[in-house]
Design a protein around this ligand. Structure first.
Ligand code: PGA
Length: 251
């Protein structure tokens, strides 16, 4: 059976000290979270080593927010998948719309990142989602299908089994506008069907598909009640332990 996952994408927020306090706040409330829910935190790179130490022995998994599209060498400012895996990350967020939009990440770049992450045993949280104008032109299915086909379809079934998909409509990220549960369920079901067509029904039944975009304690219950929504990728609301836990208890 697929996992329920609530992952906190901290983006470029918090100092190391604030990050440690946030992790302590989450750990202190872990007894409220059902054991069937996998919590993941994705702090900035600078926080990963102390975060790994703080999380040791807990059930909360650690994620990076990105990795390089090269293995090693003269790539100033980049952080490679083996470095991330080597300090104890289990997950890496790839293809976030902010990376696509502000840093020019293309499907080609993301294929290299996914392959490098998988080779290190990292589980990619691969983000897809349409922009507002694409939704308004009723192109969201075709956009999301292409993002999945171009970056995931070359994987073997064994590799694909390590992937988590996050559907994040760009118009809902950080805007306070959430997709309705019906809109989210409709596209999550479409994503699962796209996966079934390529990798088979078992793979489709087992892949966790997370919703992201202004998810908060007040709307998580309705979203998570949808049959094809297996959790959330949380931005703003992941920066307060109370809200993050409030979302994690919404299954
Ligand atoms: P948000 O961000 O929850 O602040 O909308 C979600 C994300 O970008 O992962």
């Amino acid at each position: 059976m697929r996992k329920n996952i609530v992952a906190g994408n901290w983006k470029m927020n918090t100092s190391v000290v604030e990050g440690e306090a946030l992790i302590q706040g989450i750990l202190e409330r872990m007894q409220e979270v059902p054991s069937s829910v996998q919590l993941v935190v994705a702090p900035p790179f600078t926080h990963l080593v102390p975060a790994a130490a703080a999380l040791r022995g807990s059930s909360v998994a650690l994620s990076a927010q990105n990795c390089a599209d090269q293995l090693k060498g003269a790539y100033t400012g980049e952080v490679a998948a083996p470095m991330i895996a080597g300090i104890g990350c289990q997950y890496v967020i790839l293809g976030h719309s902010e990376r696509r939009e502000y840093y020019g990440e293309t499907s080609q770049t993301l294929v290299r990142k996914i392959d490098l992450a998988l080779a290190e045993g990292l589980k990619p949280i691969y983000c897809v989602g349409e922009k507002l104008e694409e939704r308004e032109a009723n192109r969201h299915f075709e956009v999301v299908e292409a993002q999945i086909r171009e970056v995931l379809f070359h994987l073997t079934p064994e590799q694909f089994a390590q992937v988590v998909i996050a559907y994040e409509p760009v118009w809902a990220i950080g805007t306070g506008k959430t997709a309705t549960a019906e809109q989210a369920q409709e596209i999550h079901a479409f994503i699962r069907k796209t996966i079934a067509d390529q990798f088979g029904q078992t793979a489709a039944d087992e892949v966790s598909i997370l919703y992201g975009g202004s998810c908060k304690p007040s709307n998580a219950k309705e979203l998570f009640a949808c049959p094809d929504i297996d959790g959330g990728l949380i931005g703003g609301a992941a920066l307060k332990a109370e809200d993050f836990i409030g979302i994690a208890v919404s299954f």
